[in-house]
Design a binder for this molecule. Structure first.
Ligand SMILES: [Zn+2]
Length: 201
């Protein structure tokens, strides 16, 4: 496909995506006209648009609407933020929980915004490592805290469903910035809070 053709697709993304999905079905050995599949291309296109809606998320707006200046210097931690993402290698889901913490300097961010930041990056084609980093980096840039820690636990359907490396289908990644990277005490406090929950689950 030539570059101009891709531009063409970008103009009418829904319609074209639907047509592309319809074109996939015979390649899989299916009849796109079969009753149960007739509306499938439209449904898949809609689902894919939603699952990649993070590309269209306005992150500065999500973040800036909820910044508060406060005197608070204890660790803020939000655990078990559920997320669903798509692995960029197979376009299959990976999903799990994220634990996000930071040590404020002079600003905090509304707690309800943390899951929205996670969704904004999860609803893209991702790898778990980058997703974890992007969440940490966004918080770092938004409130310039003393440090940020993010731990992400996920299961990958591309490994679970394809019958390869089933024993490694669960992966844990982390991103540690500032004090969470430099200060063992801070990092240990965070990991103890997260691990307590993980082991008890
Ligand atoms: Zn994959």
């Amino acid at each position: 496909m030539k570059a101009e053709d891709w531009d063409e697709l970008a103009v009418t993304p829904d319609r074209s995506l639907e047509d592309l999905v319809r074109a996939i079905l015979p390649q899989l050995g299916e009849d796109p006209e079969r009753e149960g599949l007739q509306r499938t291309p439209a449904r898949v296109a809609k689902a894919l648009q939603f699952l990649t809606s993070g590309y269209r998320a306005d992150i500065p707006k999500i973040v800036n609407d909820a910044l508060y200046t406060v005197k608070y210097d204890e660790m803020v931690i939000v655990k078990d933020i559920e997320f669903f993402s798509l692995c960029e290698h197979h376009l299959l889901p990976f999903f799990g929980k994220m634990h996000v913490a930071y040590l404020p300097k002079d600003k905090v961010i509304g707690l309800s915004k943390l899951p929205r930041i996670v969704d904004a990056f999860a609803r893209r084609l991702q790898i778990q490592e980058r997703l974890t980093q992007q969440v940490a980096q966004t918080i770092q840039e938004a409130i310039d805290p003393v440090g940020v820690g993010v731990v992400c636990e996920a299961r990958h359907l591309c490994m679970m469903m394809r019958g390869v490396e089933k024993q490694h289908s669960g992966a844990v990644t982390s991103a540690m910035l500032g004090a969470f990277r430099d200060c063992k005490e801070t990092r240990d406090e965070f990991l103890a809070l997260v691990n307590h929950r993980m082991n008890g689950a």
